[in-house]
Design a protein around this ligand. Sequence first.
Ligand SMILES: Cc1ncc(C[n+]2csc(CCOP(=O)(O)OP(=O)(O)O)c2C)c(N)n1
Ligand code: SF4
Length: 571
Amino acid sequence: MHFSQDKSGRLLLSGNEAVALAAWHCGVALGTGYPGTPSTEILESFSALGGKAQWAPNEKVAAEVALGAAFGRARVICTMKHVGLNVAADVLFTMTYSGVDGGYVLAVADDPGMASSQNEQDSRRYAEAAVAPLFEPADSQDAYDLLQVAFEVSERWKIPVIFRLTTRVSHSMSPVKPRFPLGTRPPMAGVPQPEFVRDIPSHVMVPGHARPAHRRLRAKMAEMEIWNDTQGPNRIERRQSTLGIVTAGISYHHAREAAPDASVLKLGLSYPLPLSLIRSFAASVDRCVVIEENDPWLATACRAAGIKVEAKDDAIFRYGELNVDRVRRILAHDSRPDPVAPRGKPPELCPGCPHRSSFEVMKELDCIVSGDIGCYTLAALPPLAAMDMMIDMGAAIGMGLGLRHVLPREQARRVVSVIGDSTFLHGGLPGLVEMAYNPPETGHVLVILDNGTTAMTGQQEHPGTGRRLDGSGTYRVSYEDMARAAGIKNVFSVNPIRERAKFKSLLAESLAKDELTVLIARSPCILAAGRITAWEKERKAAKQGAVESSAASACPECGGAGVPGAGEGKL
Ligand SMILES: Cc1ncc(C[n+]2csc(CCOP(=O)(O)OP(=O)(O)O)c2C)c(N)n1
Ligand code: SF4
């Protein structure tokens, strides 16, 4: 990773890079996560700095791996995009009860305006619902500084904390003055050493333990609110008293530019809210306005506490990102509709993308396509217009089965579930089991688009690529074996470009019979193909070397290849 430092030691970093650097400087022992724009670069940067970082198959598993590490008293960071928090919600809602033994930061990046997401849900509501402290950095320096506070809060109250970024904070570059010189390994004094200490009542959330744990959690939050009111990472900037603004995150910068003379209360820890601080700030100005993106979460909480604040007009400003102009309009009570932005060129599949051939064939066969999320979702747009539904990761299989169960036979026969390789491993596996467990009368066809990467989020590795986050080799799971193990009778793999005719006939035959079929369309993403080919060559050479050297000395640990596990058949 190449950061350049100016004469005063400042670095120009994106918010995600700043979080990674802060995690490195805080002595984080493990980073886990699942890719998702705009959060992906946190773990990639952390790994590039030398941190131990790994992609999990999905966000729930990532959050659980992080929890295990935090039960072992380590500092951990777990990263995901906002919709990933839905997948991880099950563990989130109970790990706030159990608490943690080491510092646990759950970094979640929201996407107001949906630059690259299927919804613009507001993670602040998760913090309140799951009772997790919520940090909201406004820029890269703030992200760097607040992460340290987040670990201190997590360790002091033994609670996992949410670190909420938004697209603009994650991806904007701004200067950061780090605590340690670049390139040095930060001193680890003060960072807790991992150790397992048995504590069954705290770690086993059966009802008898969970009931007191819930009360403990509320007591922690009450104590934290008092601390946040007086010592929390919040800041009052006193200017004119005619206008006061309460804000957090990127909205702080928009507000500063839109109303440079206004007094501002900038929140760093927004849940539990420092209500006394907000109350006294609001009372100190003639007019107090809450500036926040998306949901009126902060304004509603202030009003519920009886604090007199103005909120934005949700008919207009609840949707999309704020900017300086929009904040000026909020302050001026100007609720005219936003000017219509000129239409840009719609995104499309790369020329030569293997997904093109797959969807062209499905279109030729007049399939009803229950689709999923990935580059291939672009097949829903003209000119292909060959995907009929897409909701969330893994839904292709369940939705396709649902259609098959109810549609008239001749329509049901046209239904295909289509899912990418990363998405299949993320959320598709239980759907595969459902397909075998409750097969529709007409059978079903599942197409797995195996392009050897998680293309949409920037070509990350996953358990089906045989490589870890840092590119090192590992076990490669087999879709064919998984499908057969689940009970699917017909399992085929085919290259949709080079064997297009075979792909078409296999698909047509599968649709015509009342059986379950998994069809793996395997051809690399054009952008990742070079890397994949180079790696495959290396893998072959390593295998060859392993065979040759095992003849001379067969080490039982590494199989003769020098790397534990390298002797396994799938490497
Ligand atoms: C719950 C959730 N986590 C993460 C994402 C971000 N995301 C969108 S598609 C995708 C995976 C795409 O990979 P794959 O299925 O292999 O398809 P490809 O893009 O390679 O065609 C990811 C991680 C998301 N939309 N939802
Ligand atoms: S990045 Fe890869 S998978 Fe995505 S459209 Fe381009 S070639 Fe296809």
